[in-house]
Design a protein around this ligand. Structure first.
Ligand code: 5GP
Length: 298
C-alpha cells in the first residue's frame, strides 16, 4: 500500500520553494518602496491588514532601509528610538510600536494630499511605459465629453498614425514658429530626441465651452502647465509595481538595450516626482484607471 504521508524530502523541497517565492515577493515590495511606486505607509497598511502577507512577513529593518534616504546607521537609530527589535516583522508589531512607526513615517515622509479647487484642465503624466497613451486613448473612445488634446511633434509618424488625429506632425521650422508665436501652452524635448508641444487654441476654446480637456504629456510639460495654470488638475499614473513597469518597458520591445536602460533610469526619476501631483491613479487595468481619471476630470 502506498504511504499516504508526503515524504519529508518532498516537504522540504516544497517549503524551500515557498520560501524562495516569499523572499522574491518581499524583494519586489521593497523595490516598490525604493522607487516610490508605493509609499512606506502603503506597505505598512498592507502588512497590518494581513500579517500573513509578504508585507506582513517583512522584517522592520528591511522595511526601513527600502525607504530612500534611510541607510544602515539611520535604521539602527530609528529602531532604538521606536523600541523595535531588529527581528520584528511588520505584521507582528505591538499596538504601541505600530502607532509610533506610523507617526514616525507621517512626520518624516508625509504622503501627498489631494488639493482642492482644481480646474477642468487635466494633465495625465507618469513614468515611461506606464501606459498613459493607452489610458488616454480609452478615455477618448469612452468619454466623448472629454477633449483629448492633440499635440504637435517633430517626430515622424509611426505606421497607422494620422496627422491631426494622433499628432500634428511638423518640422523643426514649423515647431519654432509655433513657439515664437506663443501658440503652445507648453513644449518640451522628450527622451532627448524630438520636440512635443500642446497647442493652446483648441484647449482655450473647449474650456470656454465648459468642457474638460485632457493632456497626455511628459513630466516637464506637466510642470509647465502647473506654472501657466496653477489650478490645473495634475494626475500621476502609477504602475501596479516597479517589476510590472520593467515588464511593460521590456515587453514593448521597440527600444534597444541602451535606450531601455536609459528609459528605466528616467522612470525612476519620474516616479520620484509624484508628490507634485494632485492625484495618483494606479494603472492596474486600463478601463478601471481610465474610469478613475475620467471621474477626477468631472
Ligand atoms: P510618443 O512619441 O511615444 O508618442 O510620445 C513620447 C512622449 O511624449 C510621451 O511620454 C508623451 O507623454 C510625451 N508627449 C506627447 N505629447 C506631448 C506634449 O504635447 N508635450 C509634452 N511635454 N510631452 C508630450
Amino acid at each position: 500500500m502506498a504511504d499516504s504521508r508526503t515524504p519529508p524530502d518532498v516537504d522540504r523541497a516544497a517549503a524551500s520553494r515557498r520560501a524562495v517565492a516569499a523572499r522574491r515577493e518581499r524583494a519586489s515590495l521593497k523595490r516598490d518602496v525604493t522607487t516610490r511606486v508605493i509609499t512606506p505607509q502603503d506597505l505598512l497598511r498592507r502588512a497590518l491588514a494581513d500579517p500573513d502577507s509578504a508585507a506582513g512577513h517583512m522584517r522592520v529593518p528591511e522595511f526601513l532601509t527600502a525607504i530612500p534616504a534611510i541607510g544602515d546607521g539611520k535604521r539602527d537609530r530609528i529602531l532604538d528610538e521606536l523600541k523595535i527589535s531588529p527581528v520584528k516583522r511588520l505584521g507582528g508589531l505591538g499596538a504601541r510600536q505600530r502607532v509610533d512607526l506610523q507617526a514616525f513615517l507621517d512626520e518624516r515622509l508625509p504622503e501627498p494630499a489631494p488639493r482642492a479647487g482644481r480646474s477642468r484642465l487635466v494633465v495625465l503624466a507618469g513614468p515611461t511605459a506606464v501606459g498613459k497613451g493607452t489610458v488616454a486613448q480609452h478615455i477618448k473612445e469612452h468619454h466623448p465629453e472629454i477633449l483629448l488634446s492633440v499635440s504637435a511633434t517633430t517626430r515622424a509618424p509611426r505606421p497607422g498614425e494620422v496627422d491631426g488625429e494622433h499628432y500634428f506632425f511638423v518640422d523643426d521650422a514649423e515647431f519654432d514658429r509655433m513657439v515664437e508665436a506663443g501658440e503652445l501652452l507648453e513644449h518640451a524635448t522628450v527622451h532627448n530626441k524630438y520636440r512635443y508641444g500642446t497647442p493652446r487654441g483648441p484647449i482655450d476654446a473647449a474650456l470656454a465651452d465648459g468642457r474638460t480637456v485632457l493632456l497626455e504629456i511628459d513630466l516637464q510639460g506637466a510642470r509647465q502647465v502647473r506654472a501657466a495654470a496653477p489650478d490645473a488638475t495634475l494626475v500621476f499614473l502609477l504602475p501596479p509595481s516597479w517589476d510590472e513597469l520593467v515588464n511593460r518597458l521590456v515587453g514593448r520591445g521597440t527600444e534597444d538595450d541602451e535606450e531601455r536602460a536609459r528609459r528605466l533610469r528616467t522612470a525612476k526619476v519620474e516616479l520620484a516626482s509624484q508628490g507634485e501631483f494632485d492625484f495618483r491613479v494606479v494603472n492596474d487595468t486600463v478601463p478601471r484607471a481610465a474610469a478613475e481619471v475620467a471621474a477626477l476630470a468631472r
